[in-house]
Ligand binder design. Structure first.
Ligand code: R5P
Length: 312
């Protein structure tokens, strides 16, 4: 006979961590790092293409952490994530923490052209309808979202993966103020350039100016940054088509920059992005594993584990 209430049961036991198809690698690491119980979710397709979800864990009265990036196949991942989170609630989980290492649609956060959907608002409404307790995400574009907690209807934690990238670079190379500068490829990247520069020992940092002409094409200009004879660490949140980084490297090379270390949090790498980037012949090209890719050599799990320690 079970004498514990659901609340007491949740307090007495470790959380359960469950990974979706784009998050299981991180869920396993979190379970190993913090001793969380590892559950699983079965995701299948019905013959007509609809999504089937079944949770294999007794989540009633327990704190549950569900991890899934909304890439690759963003739309499929969204359905998988929302169905799983709602089912966790329905099965009586005490607290539900959604860890979404990569939040898709965050760049469509405004009506840039008349008639466009503000996609991230729609996605946020869907999350809100499930009312998870916490959402943890990594370097999400929040430039035009003042209050993500109220938009998503959950305590919202936007953590950074740049410190993990810096730790990796520091471990593998040595950088000095006289020979290396950190550059963000656009103004929005200043926050990441600043953190990277601090973590690499107080290097100088600056940003370039980017104008986007289409999803694939950008123009990059450099004003007020000095890179002649310097090695450059380029840091950005996302590499999608690779257009931004390719143009940034071209611009900086034309100004006399030497070697490049390219670091990004989310490696979406669509189409031939990886080969375009490799052709730049960087000293290193690295990303975290928020989205799995051939360059995802840095784990985001330690940063997520720290955030979860504070939340739980
Ligand atoms: C946009 O503002 C982001 O910070 C990235 O710079 C951008 O998403 C990179 O996209 P792409 O690789 O397609 O140029």
């Amino acid at each position: 006979m079970n004498f514990l209430t659901n609340f007491e049961r949740g307090l007495a036991t470790k959380p359960i961590v469950i990974g979706g198809r784009n998050g299981d690698h991180i869920a396993v690491e979190l379970s190993q790092a913090r001793g969380y119980e590892l559950g699983s979710v079965e995701v299948k397709k019905f013959p007509d293409g609809e999504t089937y979800i079944r949770i294999h864990a007794d989540v009633q009265g327990r704190d549950v952490i569900y991890v899934n990036s909304l890439q690759r196949e963003p739309n499929e991942s969204i359905i998988e994530t929302l169905y799983t989170l709602d089912t966790l609630r329905d099965l009586g989980a005490r607290r539900v923490v959604a860890v979404i290492p990569y939040m898709s649609y965050a760049r469509q956060d405004s009506r840039f052209n008349p008639g466009e959907a503000i996609s991230i608002h729609v996605l946020a409404k869907l999350f809100k309808s499930i009312s998870v307790d916490h959402i943890v995400t990594v370097d999400m574009h929040l430039h035009r979202i003042a209050d993500p907690s109220s938009l998503f209807g959950a305590n919202f934690h936007n953590i950074t993966g740049v410190r993990e990238l810096a730790r990796y670079l520091k471990k593998n190379y040595s950088f000095s103020k006289t020979s290396t500068v950190v550059i963000g490829p656009d103004e929005e990247a200043e926050q990441w350039a600043k953190v990277m520069a601090e973590e690499l020992g107080g290097l100088e940092y600056g940003v370039l100016e980017k104008t986007r002409l289409s999803p694939e094409k950008v123009v990059i200009e450099a004003r007020g940054v000095k890179v002649e004879g310097m090695d450059v660490v380029i840091v950005d949140d996302i590499i999608s088509t690779g257009g931004t980084i390719v143009e940034a490297v071209k611009t900086l090379r034309s100004m006399g920059a030497r070697d490049f270390y390219i670091a990004a949090v989310h490696a979406i790498l669509v189409g031939d992005a990886l080969s375009k980037l490799l052709r730049l012949n960087p000293r290193d090209l690295v990303a975290t594993n928020t989205v799995l890719s051939p360059i995802s050599r840095v784990s985001i799990a330690p940063a997520i584990a720290e955030a979860l320690d504070k939340i739980l």
